[in-house]
Design a protein around this ligand. Structure first.
Ligand SMILES: NC(=O)c1ccc[n+]([C@@H]2O[C@H](COP(=O)([O-])OP(=O)(O)OC[C@H]3O[C@@H](n4cnc5c(N)ncnc54)[C@H](O)[C@@H]3O)[C@@H](O)[C@H]2O)c1
Length: 304
């Protein structure tokens, strides 16, 4: 049985990915310090847990021992928090990633999948695609770009089988602790509070269901393509106002909206072209926004 390490396995994406990898027959080790992740998300799962920090070299060396691949999700994930504390963001996302890559190189781990985002691209005319020059506008975008750079450099210099996946905006089960817009909206509805929209609500995002993303991650893990970067998204653009309408329809609630000032580092129009992932990884998303939002709402209702 192949063993894989999932850093940040107790987080939103991790909790979904660990379940998928177990179902696919992998033995799974999780490295997490529970900074944002939830212990309850791992309850009852037959995994090996290494509780510790990706910045702790000894912990990381132990965590990568005898694994055939690493999926590196652990990170500081918030754009506003990176603006408030760029040094912390850099330590977590740059030094944390470098620590893992170095441990993988020394232990001869053949495969490394890095969770990146569209934030390295900054404000550019969409669709986001793999050929665009990165122009980050937030510390988070800069730290993810540095992480991408080190992943590609470890492939170029030592042949480590690294692959970079730039995730679009995720939503899905196990996102109760996150600050993603779908999670914030569902929590507000459950608490009978108005939804907060920053700016005019005409900003767009490419919302991808976490189950579709996890399939892409597994394909990235199992592929023999290395030193490459892929956009993982739906290719569809949805405004925050359209999302609000869909959520009102699914929850059958008449939602109230508060408009607040646009946030520093936020991007106006954002969606991604996904033809490279389709062509080289054989991946395409299959969950419609309506179906994914409905499944996510069921999870929020069951875990309120
Ligand atoms: N959710 C999204 O929309 C989205 C979009 C693009 C990219 N990403 C990336 O995907 C990855 C996972 O995001 P998520 O939404 O699941 O976030 P999350 O906060 O739910 O999960 C992150 C996990 O990493 C753990 N962690 C954080 N710092 C750690 C450290 N120093 N040592 C050990 N563990 C640590 C947390 O406890 C948590 O379990 C991140 O790298 C994020 O930047 C997420």
């Amino acid at each position: 049985m192949k063993k894989v390490l999932v850093t940040g396995g107790a987080g939103f994406i991790g909790a979904n990915l660990v379940r998928q990898l177990l179902a696919a027959g992998y033995a799974v080790r999780v490295l997490d310090n529970f900074a944002t992740g939830q212990r309850s998300y791992l309850d009852g799962l037959p995994i090996e847990l290494v509780e510790g920090d990706i910045l702790d070299r000894a912990v990381v060396e132990t965590a990568v021992r005898h694994v055939s691949g690493v999926i590196h999700l652990a990170a500081q994930t918030s754009v506003p928090d990176s603006v408030a504390n760029p040094l912390y963001d850099c330590q977590q996302n740059v030094l944390g990633t470098l620590n893992l890559l170095e441990a993988c190189r020394q232990s001869g781990v053949p495969r490394f999948v890095f969770a990146s985002s569209n934030a390295p691209l900054g404000r550019q005319l969409p669709p986001a695609h793999e050929e665009q020059a990165p122009l980050p506008i937030s510390p988070y975008g800069a730290s993810k770009l540095a992480g991408e750079g080190y992943c590609l450099a470890y492939h170029g210099s030592w042949g480590l089988g690294t692959i970079v996946l730039r995730f679009a905006n995720l939503y899905g089960p196990f996102s109760g602790h996150t600050k993603g817009v779908v999670s914030l909206f569902y929590k507000a509805i459950l608490a009978n509070r108005p939804l907060t929209i920053y700016g005019d609500g005409q900003q767009t995002r490419d919302f991808i269901y976490v189950g579709d993303l996890c399939r892409a991650i597994q394909l990235g893990l199992e592929s023999n393509i290395s030193g490459e970067l892929f956009q993982i998204a739906t290719g569809m653009e949805t405004t925050i106002l359209e999302l609000t309408e869909k959520i009102a329809a699914i929850t059958r609630q008449s939602v109230q909206v508060n408009h607040a000032a646009e946030r520093v580092g936020d991007i106006g129009q954002n969606y991604s072209a996904v033809s490279k992932a389709e062509k080289l990884l054989g991946w395409r998303p299959t969950t419609t926004l309506e179906a994914g939002l409905a499944q996510t709402w069921e999870w929020f209702l069951a875990n309120r």
